[in-house]
Design a protein around this ligand. Structure first.
Ligand SMILES: NC(=O)c1ccc[n+]([C@@H]2O[C@H](COP(=O)([O-])OP(=O)(O)OC[C@H]3O[C@@H](n4cnc5c(N)ncnc54)[C@H](OP(=O)(O)O)[C@@H]3O)[C@@H](O)[C@H]2O)c1
Length: 240
C-alpha cells in the first residue's frame, strides 16, 4: 500500500480515552499525527494523551451535549490551527429487545451513536474542506446484519453507514475522504462482563484495529474505500 504522509496532521478523536479511539490515537501519533482526544473521563484521556509519541491535547466533555461538537472543533483549531482527521469512535453498545426499547433508551443510543456524529462532522466540515481531510466512522457489523436486541444500536450504526455515503458524495468536490468501518467484535472494555475470556481472546485485537485505522488514513489518496466490513477469521463465540 503506497503511503501518503500524514506526519504533522491533526486528528480529533472521540472515545479517545479507551478502546478503538485510544489505539487509533497511539497508532496515528506514531506516524507523527497530533491528536485531540475527547470523552467524558478526564483521567483516561490524560493517561492516553501522555503516552502518545506526539504533543496532543484532550477535552473532557459529553459529546451529546449541544455545544460540545463546536467546542471540540474550536479547541482543536485554537491549539493546532488545522484539522485533518475526525475519528468517530465514541459510542455505546447496549442490547434491549424491541419491547424494552422505550423512547428514553432509543434516544440515548441514537443521540450518542448517530446525532453527535452528524453534529461533530458538521462543525468540522469547513476545516476538513481546507485540508482535504478525512472522516473515519467506526460503525459496526450490526449495521449490516440483524442480531437480536440490537434495534437501537443497529439503527444508529446503519444510519452512520448511510450518513457516510452522503458525506462521500458531498465531500468529493473538496477531496475529503470518508472511511466507514463496520467491524465485528473487538476486545475492548465494551465487552467487560459480557463475554468470557476464552471468547474475548478470539476477538479483533484493539491495537491491530488502531493500526488498521492509521494504515487506511495514510494510504494513497488515489484510493477510495467502499464501506468496509471487518471480521475475525473465525466466530469468537464458536467452540473451535
Ligand atoms: N468493541 C467492539 O466489539 C465493537 C465492534 C463494532 C463497533 N464498535 C464501535 O467502536 C466504537 C468504540 O468502542 P470501543 O469498542 O472502543 O469501546 P469503549 O472502549 O467502550 O469506547 C467507547 C468510548 O465512547 C466514549 N463515550 C461514551 N459515551 C460518551 C459520551 N456521552 N460523550 C463522549 N464520549 C462518550 C467513552 O468514553 P467515556 O466513557 O469516558 O465518555 C469511550 O471512550 C463504538 O462506537 C462501538 O460501537 C465496537
Amino acid at each position: 500500500m503506497a503511503q501518503a504522509t500524514i506526519e504533522g496532521q491533526v486528528a480529533l478523536i472521540t472515545g479517545g480515552g479507551s478502546g478503538v479511539g485510544a489505539e487509533s490515537a497511539k497508532a496515528l501519533a506514531d506516524l507523527g499525527v497530533h491528536t485531540v482526544l475527547t470523552g467524558r473521563r478526564e483521567d483516561r484521556l490524560r493517561e492516553v494523551s501522555e503516552s502518545l509519541a506526539t504533543r496532543g491535547a484532550y477535552v473532557a466533555a459529553d459529546i451529546t451535549e449541544l455545544d460540545t461538537p463546536q467546542h471540540l472543533v474550536t479547541t482543536t483549531i485554537e491549539q493546532f490551527e488545522r484539522l485533518d482527521l475526525v475519528i468517530h469512535a465514541a459510542g455505546a453498545f447496549e442490547k434491549r429487545s424491541l419491547e424494552a426499547t422505550d423512547a428514553e433508551f432509543w434516544h440515548r443510543i441514537i443521540d450518542l451513536n448517530l446525532t453527535a456524529v452528524v453534529a461533530l462532522t458538521r462543525s468540522a466540515w469547513p476545516h476538513l474542506i481546507k485540508t482535504a481531510g478525512q472522516v473515519v466512522l467506526i460503525s459496526s457489523a450490526a449495521a449490516l446484519r440483524g442480531f437480536a436486541g440490537n434495534a437501537a444500536y443497529a439503527a444508529s450504526k446503519g444510519g452512520m453507514n448511510a450518513f457516510g455515503e452522503v458525506l462521500r458524495v458531498e465531500g468529493q468536490p473538496h477531496r475529503i475522504r470518508i472511511l466507514t468501518l463496520s467491524p465485528a467484535q473487538i476486545d475492548t472494555e465494551l465487552w467487560d462482563g459480557r463475554a468470557p475470556d476464552a471468547v474475548r481472546s478470539k476477538m479483533i485485537r484493539p491495537q491491530g484495529f488502531g493500526h488498521l485505522v492509521a494504515a487506511l488514513v495514510s494510504s494513497d489518496r488515489s484510493i477510495d474505500y467502499a464501506p468496509l466490513p471487518i471480521q475475525t477469521p473465525t466466530d469468537p463465540w464458536s467452540a473451535t
